[in-house]
Design a protein. Structure first.
Length: 272
């Protein structure tokens, strides 16, 4: 059993209201549930809904959270993850040791006073910190081959590729095009993937005043999907200003370049 679910696709900050019902207002969180454990990518606000969707209410699985990076919208949900407070749960937090900062301290810091009353290590679950290997860019987690590559985003970011029984999924939640070496490396990394989940925070018009902010346009995402020969494209990291109707419109524009394009929507189960 492998089930891939989407729990948060919004960028920068959570939003709420009737105009956000289709795609959701939670920030980045994706999950792959297997018989051996629960693999999460990022701990945005969407992580707060993960356990309500576990198959058969199974809350005894070990959990691994892979972090793309540690900007607030990708970690803000961690204090609200209920299994963090379950003494019978083992959670492994995985980050990139090549970063300039101390990612362990940064992650623990969001749960220190005065921000949160319960320190991370005192929450209840058994917490383990783990660096990604430095001698390889791949490993197996709960029977799933996982690989990664760096992508262009301020303060560093990773893209992950999950090789599931139902096909490959590449996640590039925060990435800006324009660095030739990085662009070429990522297209090669995403080559022939079944699903590409790609940053599309900006319109082409908006990007003109946001160059260097680390995010892509819908057009960038569609062109990458085409270059990488992906089978399906899901636009993600939706701007907090973007309504459902506007995401529909951007998805339609992107499909003019890469036909099999949709907006990534909170609550979607890609396969199970």
């Amino acid at each position: 059993m492998q089930r891939f679910s989407i729990f948060g696709t919004r960028g920068s900050m959570p939003v709420w209201g009737r105009q956000y019902q289709k795609y959701g207002g939670m920030t980045t969180c994706y999950s792959l549930e297997t018989a051996e454990g629960l693999l999460l990518v990022d701990a945005g606000s969407g992580i707060s809904n993960v356990t309500t969707e576990l198959i058969n209410g199974n809350k005894g699985l070990p959990i691994t959270i892979l972090f793309t990076h540690f900007h607030l919208d990708h970690v803000m949900g961690l204090p609200f993850f209920d299994l963090l407070y379950d003494k019978d749960t083992h959670i492994t937090l995985v980050g990139d040791s090549s970063r300039d900062d101390d990612w362990r301290a940064a992650l623990a810091g969001i749960m220190e006073k005065p921000y949160w009353p319960v320190p991370l290590q005192d929450a209840g679950a058994t917490i383990e910190f783990k660096d990604l290997p430095t001698d390889t860019n791949q490993m197996e987690i709960y029977g799933v081959p996982v690989s990664w590559t760096s992508i262009n985003h301020p303060q560093g970011c990773l893209s992950y590729r999950l090789k599931t029984k139902h096909g490959d999924v590449v996640l590039a939640t925060d990435v800006e095009r324009g660095d030739q070496e990085s662009d070429k490396r990522f297209v090669e990394f995403a080559k022939d993937t079944d699903v590409l989940i790609h940053d599309a925070q900006y319109t082409t018009e908006e990007y003109a005043s946001h160059k260097g902010w680390g995010h892509a346009t819908w057009k960038d995402a569609a062109e990458v999907a085409l270059e990488a020969n992906a089978k399906k494209l899901l636009l993600t990291h939706h701007s907090p200003l973007r309504t459902d109707d506007e995401i529909d419109a951007l998805s339609k524009k992107a499909s003019g370049i890469f036909p099999n394009t949709e907006g990534a929507a909170e609550g979607t189960v890609l396969f199970s």
